[in-house]
Ligand binder design. Structure first.
Ligand code: PLP
Length: 412
């Protein structure tokens, strides 16, 4: 009997918990000898595949050279490599790279940067604008800017007030833009935080690049900082390095994590434009950016990220994501009895059942069926999505969809 308390797991329902012994590519091997296909990239992090040889080698070499060093006032080569590598491929105006440890902390950092910017400007702007159905992590600040609901009801008294812009779904685009414009026009908005093109945890909801570009333009008009949370959408997930690229959008602040190390070890960055850095620059110590964690820019994690950047420079990653996208479209088109099937880049999603939301009864039943069939899928309520590592074999992807068809047949 294990004493581990698992995340987002109802221990009253979900035992026993499978134990994974090793993994390679898009395949997990359990301790009891099963071969399981990882169809959700181990919760959206694994991009090039598990135990990628280049990333694993970089981690080993770095662990033997320099494991950890305070990052306040000190630096090291892997962090410098990552910063330079990011500067070379991310939007030119994002000149500053701040390290942290997870997507949630990259968002906390982004929010703190935005508030620090306005404090330095001497303008009373504290309000954060958010998108309906958004998800930005599970720390208190990140929950505050995310969708309220069953996930955070217990903590609601601690969450700060935000202004929510309706989701710009088909037919609701103008209402969303108008609401954003009204919120910006009030003059107290510090920043608008969005997941570009795809709202992940909110149910793999897609919206158009044109709307993203228009939202960015509205923020610009009112001087509201634009924060792009590309923690999930970054690193090729939507078919381009960043989702923002597809809309020609450059944010003021960019959050990256998940695929930053190829999904091997935790690391995050918040990239900021020069004015945001300058607002904190001073010879006055009371104005520095007050944020750190013990493992900020851990050298081993940075070495993994540097290896990921080298893979992006030297290997045909874009061809792989394109190929996977093509296969996803073929597989989704052949599915029977699903609603609202959609594919963007490497992400495929669709609704099943009768539309009951996150706690829909169908989700645990589907999940159990997938587990029995050696496929790792984790529906978001009645939304099933397939988001595998880019290296998945076609035959394995076909097996994933066969399991989905089997589950739909069983639970129709
Ligand atoms: C996963 C996710 C986060 C949180 O990242 P963690 O590393 O789990 O803290 C934040 N934003 C988005 C868009 C995410 O998908």
């Amino acid at each position: 009997m294990s004493s581990i308390w698992h995340p987002f797991t109802q221990h009253g329902l979900q035992e026993p918990i499978p134990c994974v012994a090793r993994a390679e590519g898009a395949v997990l091997h359990t301790a009891d000898g099963r071969r399981v296909i990882d169809a959700i990239s181990s919760w959206w992090v694994t991009t090039h595949g598990h135990a990628h040889p280049r990333i694993a080698a970089a981690i080993r070499a770095q662990a033997e050279r320099l494991d950890q060093i305070i990052f306040a006032g000190w630096t090291h080569e892997p962090a410098e490599d990552v910063a330079a590598g990011l500067r070379a491929i991310m939007p030119k105006s994002l000149t500053r790279v701040f390290f942290s440890d997870s997507g949630s902390t990259s968002v906390e950092v982004a929010l703190k940067m935005a508030l620090g910017f306005w404090l330095a400007r001497g303008e009373a702007r504290h309000r954060i604008l958010v998108l309906e159905h958004g998800y930005h992590g599970d720390t208190i600040g990140a929950m505050s800017v995310g969708q309220r609901g069953v996930f955070n009801r217990a903590y609601a008294p601690l969450l700060f007030d935000v202004e929510t812009v309706p989701f710009p779904g088909v037919g609701a685009e103008q209402a969303a833009l108008d609401a954003l414009e009204r919120a910006c026009a009030r003059g107290d908005a510090a920043a608008f935080i969005v997941e570009p093109l795809v709202l992940g945890a909110g149910g793999m909801l897609f919206y158009s690049g044109d709307i993203l570009a228009e939202m960015r333009a509205i923020c610009e008009r009112y001087g509201v900082l634009f924060i792009a949370d590309e923690v999930m959408t970054g690193w090729g997930r939507t078919g381009t390095l960043l989702a923002c690229e597809q809309a020609g959008v450059v944010p003021d602040i960019l959050c990256l994590s998940k695929g930053l190390t190829g999904g091997a070890v935790p690391l995050a960055v918040t990239m900021a434009s020069e004015p945001i850095f300058e607002a904190h620059w001073s010879t006055d110590r009371s104005r520095m950016f007050f944020h750190s964690s013990s493992y900020t820019a851990n050298p081993i994690a940075c070495a993994a990220a540097a290896a990921n950047l080298a893979i992006w420079r030297e290997e045909p990653v874009a061809e792989r994501t394109q190929q996977l996208g093509d296969w996803q479209r073929q597989q989704v088109a052949a599915l029977d009895g699903v609603r609202n099937a959609r594919v963007l880049g490497t992400i495929a999603a669709f609704e099943v059942g009768s539309g009951e939301g996150y706690l829909a009864d169908i989700a645990p039943r589907l999940m159990a069926y997938f587990r029995e069939n050696d496929v790792l899928l984790r529906p978001l309520g009645d939304t099933v999505y397939v988001m595998p590592p880019y290296c998945i074999e076609k035959s394995d992807l076909v097996r994933v969809y066969a399991a989905i068809s089997g589950a739909l047949e069983r639970h129709r």
